[in-house]
Design a protein around this ligand. Structure first.
Ligand code: DGJ
Length: 435
């Protein structure tokens, strides 16, 4: 995805989850925990700026750390693939909610038709996460400098991870973790600057990272469990009305994949001339190097009221037609993925052993290669060059024909050949291994 400087993927028109992404100026794209606002045919992506600067790492309790607020960013895109940096729309202030050592997470922006203001909500906290407020900022332009208006506990409730949702009738909703029993859904006032009433509580203690979207007549609410920055199996609820009744929760990724090692952030429908693709947007956090946190964008399949997110290494999205497709990987090279050295005792030989190595061959799509001819040399206590062909698991076992007492040896792969794929030793995880 994006101007893919440094990526091994050839096509810049595709979305590649789980690698560093770059904006159209080739800078690292930093927009985490955020959300999308669509205006005309432009998508604006707001999010948390995160970097690898150790000065921005704040200690929390239980050995955890967090990232100090530096800025909320805004990027724009027509195709949802190439993103242009617009502005740091809200930046650190000298003191107060947005001052040094503060935490600002999961910013979302919706446009208010009555006031003509863009309204940003975000989770405002101390570095210890004991403040739990929602903060509000506004701007007359989508990508301008937002003015921070302040923070509050909605209807007196604590407010952690949050999101915004603007319904088709223009009503705005704030969804936030109430720190106790689940996700509170509040109806916003007409100007979106405050909450009006509690629409409902979606009961699920610990539910975090709420993301809501509507498809057909159904509302979908995706959430994670709470496990700091470590991913868990996320889940979703459905309802035909925001006030409920909401269904019980179900997972949308296979068990124990921990949501493809990510945490839900947002779901954006890409409505095109042919169909609508729902893009599941998530963060793969890196608590020990926040600047190396990755984005996981994947197509979210809506089937009846069932949601599924499968993994694709690379996929294409056509924002004009609203269609998506997986990119099939075509292998062209092979390499040594692993070498494991061992010895095999020779029966009734007074402690002599053969040297034995297991070599595994992979292709550049990450698959095991059958029928690759591997030639390697044992040196040290042995002096033998052997050749074998990989089996159905992409593995060869090479065993010396001579023995040695408690042998010590080095094995190096000299060459790998295959009928259609060429050997690229630069891709080898290792070429030699000693025993
Ligand atoms: C999980 C939340 O979803 C994140 O936004 C952040 O608050 C981390 N916890 C902090 O550990």
């Amino acid at each position: 995805m994006l101007a893919l400087s440094g990526s091994s993927y050839a096509s810049p028109e595709t979305i590649v989850p789980g690698v560093l992404w770059y904006d159209t100026s080739s800078n690292v794209l930093s927009s985490h925990g955020g959300g999308i606002l669509k205006e005309g045919n432009t998508y604006y992506w707001f999010g948390e700026y995160m970097d690898s600067d150790p000065n921005n790492v704040l200690p929390v309790y239980e050995g955890h750390v967090t990232h100090q607020f530096v800025a909320n960013t805004c990027y724009s895109s027509i195709d949802f693939v190439h993103w242009t940096f617009e502005n740091n729309v809200l930046t650190q202030q000298a003191s107060g909610d947005l001052g040094p050592g503060r935490v600002v997470e999961r910013p979302k922006v919706i446009y208010n038709d009555l006031t003509g203001q863009y309204v940003m909500y975000m989770h405002i906290d101390s570095s210890m996460y004991d403040d739990n407020r929602v903060g509000v900022a506004t701007c007359p332009t989508v990508n301008g400098n937002y003015t921070y208006l302040g923070g509050f506990w909605p209807l007196g409730n604590r407010s952690g991870d949050m999101t915004l949702f603007k319904d088709d009738d223009g009503k705005g909703y704030l969804l936030s973790n109430n720190g106790l029993s689940g996700i509170n859904i509040y109806e916003l006032t007409d100007d979106y600057l405050d909450v009006n009433s509690l629409a409902t509580l979606v009961r699920k203690p610990g539910a975090e990272a709420p993301a809501m979207f509507k498809a057909g007549g159904t509302y979908y609410l995706l959430c994670s469990d709470s496990s700091w920055w470590t991913p868990n199996d996320n889940f979703y609820f459905t309802a035909t009305s925001i006030t409920g009744r909401w269904s019980t929760s179900k997972d949308f990724t296979p068990d124990s994949t921990n949501t493809w090692a990510s945490q839900t952030t947002y779901v954006q429908p890409i409505q095109g001339s042919v169909s609508t693709t729902y893009v599941f947007m998530a963060d793969r956090w890196n608590e020990w190097d926040f600047g190396n946190s990755m984005y996981i964008f994947l197509p979210l399949i809506v089937d009846g009221t069932t949601l599924t997110v499968d993994w694709y290494d690379e996929w294409t999205l056509d924002a004009e037609t609203g269609e998506w497709a997986p990119v099939e990987c075509t292998a062209s090279t092979i390499h040594v993925e692993s070498i494991v050295c061992s010895t095999v005792p020779i029966p009734r030989s007074q402690g002599m052993s053969y040297g034995e190595v297991t070599v595994t061959i992979y292709d550049d799509c990450g698959d095991r290669v059958v029928g690759a001819e591997v030639t390697g040399t044992f040196t040290g206590d042995f002096n033998e060059t052997l050749t074998e062909t990989t089996d159905d698991s992409g593995v060869v076992v090479l065993t010396t024909t001579t023995g040695f007492k408690q042998p010590s040896y080095t094995f190096c792969v000299d060459n790998v050949s295959h009928a259609t794929l060429s050997y690229d030793p630069n891709d080898n995880t290792e070429t030699c291994e000693s025993y």
